[in-house]
Write a protein that binds this ligand. Structure first.
Ligand code: PNS
Length: 159
């Protein structure tokens, strides 16, 4: 069984993430979307909220599962019988760090990393930029799923 993982912070999930998750689901038996519980990084949404949004927006895929994890991605892979990590590459600027992590993950546990080029429609997208634009009242519709758009508006209105 070809089971792969798409790890990330997903704070929040964007249409760029969804594109990669959906394409990975078309190529593998099972995709686990693993949401990092990062106690050091301040996030806009809690881990529970991020997991819940991801579950909702990926519910159309029969072979996508959403889980949370902490610690090393390779340990999550070992514990869950995962063969490879799938990552989206938006631009050359992503490549250097992603390559370093891929080589380290292979060195640590012989876990492979498969890179998928992001759809050019999404190559400028990042969760941080989405949060920044939304925070200053910019329009992020079409860049995140409708559900996330609503949650972003609600969360920012609370602040
Ligand atoms: O969405 P992000 O924040 O860019 O995702 C980064 C993530 C979660 C994939 C990366 O930080 C990660 O794998 N963190 C888990 C800790 C780990 O394994 N670190 C060593 C990487 S070689």
């Amino acid at each position: 069984m070809a089971r792969v993982v798409c790890p990330g912070s997903f704070d929040p999930v964007t249409n760029g993430h969804l594109d990669i998750i959906g394409r990975a689901a078309g190529l593998h038996d099972e995709v686990i979307v693993a949401v990092l519980v990062n106690i050091k990084k301040q996030s806009l949404f809690t881990t529970d909220e991020r997991v819940e949004m991801l579950r909702e927006v990926t519910k159309g895929y029969g072979n996508v599962r959403v889980e949370r994890f902490h610690g090393l991605t390779v340990n999550f892979c070992i514990d869950n019988g995962i063969n490879a990590i799938v990552k989206g590459l938006r631009a050359v600027s992503d490549f250097e760090y992603e390559m370093q992590m891929a080589q380290m993950n292979y060195r640590l546990a012989k876990v492979e990393t498969l890179f998928m080029t992001t759809n050019p429609q999404h190559s400028f997208l990042s969760s941080s930029l989405i949060k920044e634009i939304a925070m200053y009242g910019g329009d992020v519709s079409g860049l995140v799923p409708e559900l996330v758009l609503g949650r972003l508006k609600a969360r920012l209105a609370e602040e």
